[in-house]
Write a protein that binds this ligand. Sequence first.
Ligand SMILES: [Ca+2]
Length: 452
Amino acid sequence: MKGATVMRIVLPPLRTVTFVCVIALLSGFGAFLLLQNKNELATPRPVEKATLPEGFTATVVVDGRWRLSALAFLSGGEMVYGEKETGKVFWAKRKDDQWTPAPEPLVTLADCASDDKYCERGLCGLTGWKDKESGKEWLYIYYTLKAIGAEKQPTKNQIVRFPITREGETLKAGTSEVVIPGDILSAGWNHNGGGIVFGPDGMLYFSNGENGKDGVATVATASKSWEAQNYKNLRGVIARVSQTGEALADNPFVEEGAGREQKSIFAYGLRNTYRIAFDPVKGALFGTENGPNDWDELNIIPRGGNLGWPLVRGRMDDPHNAKMKPHFKPAPGSYADPIDAWARCPSVTGIAFEPGAVNFPAAYKHELFVAAYLGSIIWRVTLDESRTKVVSREQFFSMPSPDRLPGAGIADMAFGPDGKLYLSTTTYDGDNKKNDRVIMIEWKSKAAEEKK
Ligand SMILES: [Ca+2]
């Protein structure tokens, strides 16, 4: 995600509370605050003033959580959602068309970096995976470890997995195993990635940012960002590993003498790819990419690809890149331009493909959705037949105050097995630490139509 100027909007506590209350009362939403403790708002309830195409609705289905940085679904249809700083992963079950959140967390990461001064560190990503042969299921978590030993601040991200079992209607998580150890995912305070998904090949893909501070490097002024152009370490990359974290022999940078990190890399040249998703139609890997203050990107991430950071922002042929190009000599065929870019960064976060008109209308079948933190926007992206070019990008959803609380935005987004689109929010001010929620977007018309 973006740097401190965007992420850390700090207001004095009194001013924050006053601002929230004024907005709430002006909008008519104040009745909720007057009738109920603000930490215990009723769910489900409609999202006030959400902007959506006709026939769609947005409903708060989980509330009272804090900084929900990650959201995913398990094979039984359960929703799991993780809090960035507490390291807690909660879960909810859908029954009789209602989501019921379990009161106790499924997992608590006791060693998760837990202070908000760590900015983009903490619980960064979640995904579920079920082995079809053994029937075993796992929850994978990408997170930052607390400072270890003499360290003054956390410096290590790791990936672990927990075996998942079911007892009646209750989910249980067993003892965790380390999949990717922290010593090869060194963390800076920002650009910690956290995109984590299984591919159609059954392999684990994850994104790590370059852990560098903002800034555009040239050869002459090489900065930490330059590490994104170094495919010998896992900074500024997409990695591809086995279910248990081993580098794969058919990865693009495997060569004699290469270390584990290089052998794990699938693509490089990335600043901070926050989320990744596979196209269900053609199987290509897509990712959102956070630019510094300009040029957020939507990328197709090819095997062995160089995505250009820090030497190219947005498209290579854009005039602002002219001074960078003389230094940039990617290997033939390796460089990949973004398929879409935002000149002014909205801080793109979540990315999800519609699973096949399960709940959404037929016109939305396999459409791509991209979310942004700023303004809580979701765009509908239509691809051409080859699925490699953007035909159109139109705003699908936005959420103003009061449901967009001060400093709150969309952190993650996923389609559920019910074909509905779910998003989680992360608040960067507010002192009650219970502002965040999961919102469900569904097409009501389909249910009404089917009843006819
Ligand atoms: Ca790029």
